[in-house]
Design a protein. Sequence first.
Length: 143
Amino acid sequence: MDETAVLTGYPHAPVWAVLAAALMAVLGFVNHRRFRRADAQSAWAERYFDEAKPKEWRNLPFAQLPGAIMFSLWAVMLAYTWVSGQELLDALVGLAFFGSFVFGGVAVKRLYRPPAKARPAWLVAEEERRERLGLTTRDGWTT
């Protein structure tokens, strides 16, 4: 008797990958919220205005939200591999996984040139204060 295994759905993702993606998503959402609620005396402000550090490091807070969305989509996709098998849902989850790279692209773009609308009010006020006092030079990385 010839018994052939029928493979349906995605192969199972390792549990550590699901947990790592979920952890990165949670950290991104929490740190984004902490950045929005910070003030001009916070470590976030200190990092942002430290011109000795690379601009990617200074602009990291702006990439956290799109990065967290990307990682949450990855966590859902990786967790879904354990119950996959229905073709339509498999296709939709696969599309969502590849669509998550759009959020990854937005995160990378924000490392180099974050949009003005992403800056919290405390940061805009501190930038204006520093500009009035002549404490910082605008080299284009904050616009």
